[in-house]
Design a protein around this ligand. Structure first.
Ligand SMILES: *[C@@H]1O[C@H](CO)[C@@H](O)[C@H](O)[C@H]1NC(C)=O
Ligand SMILES: *[C@@H]1O[C@H](CO)[C@@H](O)[C@H](O)[C@H]1NC(C)=O
Length: 252
């Protein structure tokens, strides 16, 4: 499936938590040169792409297009659309929030992933991804898909945080965004983005349907967040108003 419904934001089961901490924390690992930072205009723009549902490229037809548009429409139209969006928006970061590939229609998961992320890779803009419920339904496991993704060019994705000894899912991590270069917080984290894997399907027979965030992930999130907050200067402590966006969609 591609194009039409493939680009709607309604079919992912992955939860992306974007939590802004406007408290200007010191960057934990990126003391000197953060990989992400606010631009000189004070903006940090994220292009979010959900549900590409990429499969076999040219041979995978489009869904949800008009009958007259079916001919000549394939996954390649999805790629062309994302390419146009990147050029139009010039984001600081591209975030893919799941169902990057549509497993059941993808004969080679690695090939489909490479093609799905190709527009982001070609743009040289940093990008990050998490998984949906369909990413592992081809030739790679959920762990295998995430491991493949982290090996691709320009990605800031991580399989899991190195400090978390045991955590559910694959694709749990956080990214810190530094302040404007030349400003007093150029070496500090002005924004923290948390990525959490909400799994694919429930394995609890009495609860049908999709998976969910587990206690181990909540524990990691709370610990990471409080660690970062400890480094906060008191007068700039962030309150609940810092949550930028919280999206969970679970249809499909
Ligand atoms: C898909 O891409 C082809 C080749 O560029 C184009 O001719 C066609 O109109 C596109 N289809 C849609 C529905 O945009
Ligand atoms: C940020 O780090 C760089 C490199 O270590 C340093 O030259 C600069 O003075 C620092 N900026 C501030 C505001 O501390």
């Amino acid at each position: 499936m591609s194009f039409g419904s493939g680009l709607s934001a309604t079919t992912s089961v992955v939860l992306l938590l974007l939590i802004a901490s406007l408290s200007f924390l010191p960057l934990s690992a990126l003391a000197a040169e953060p990989k992400l930072r606010f631009g000189s205009n004070g903006e940090f723009k994220i292009l979010q792409v959900a549900d590409m549902h990429f499969a076999d490229g040219k041979s995978t037809p489009c869904l949800d297009v008009l009958p007259s548009q079916v001919k000549g429409c394939s996954d390649l139209n999805t790629s062309a659309f994302i390419h146009r969006m990147i050029l139009a928006e010039k984001p600081n970061l591209i975030v893919f929030t799941g169902d990057n590939i549509y497993g059941p229609d993808a004969t080679d998961a690695a090939k489909s992933l490479n093609a799905a992320f190709a527009p982001a890779i070609a743009s040289n803009i940093p990008w990050a991804a998490v998984l949906g419920n369909h990413d592992q339904e081809s030739t790679l496991s959920r762990e295998g898909v995430m491991k493949h993704i982290v090996g691709l060019k320009n990605t800031l994705s991580q399989v899991n945080p190195p400090e978390a000894k045991s955590i559910d899912g694959f694709g749990n991590y956080n990214l810190e965004v530094g302040g404007v270069k030349g400003s007093s917080f150029e070496n500090k984290s002005a924004l923290n983005l948390y990525f959490l894997d909400s799994g694919d399907y429930s394995t609890v027979p009495s609860i049908p349907g999709y998976g969910w965030i587990k206690a181990s992930q909540q524990f990691w999130f709370e610990r990471t967040s409080s660690k970062l907050k400890q480094a906060t200067t008191p007068e700039r402590t962030c309150t609940g108003a810092c949550i930028l966006s919280y999206s969970i969609t679970r249809i499909c």
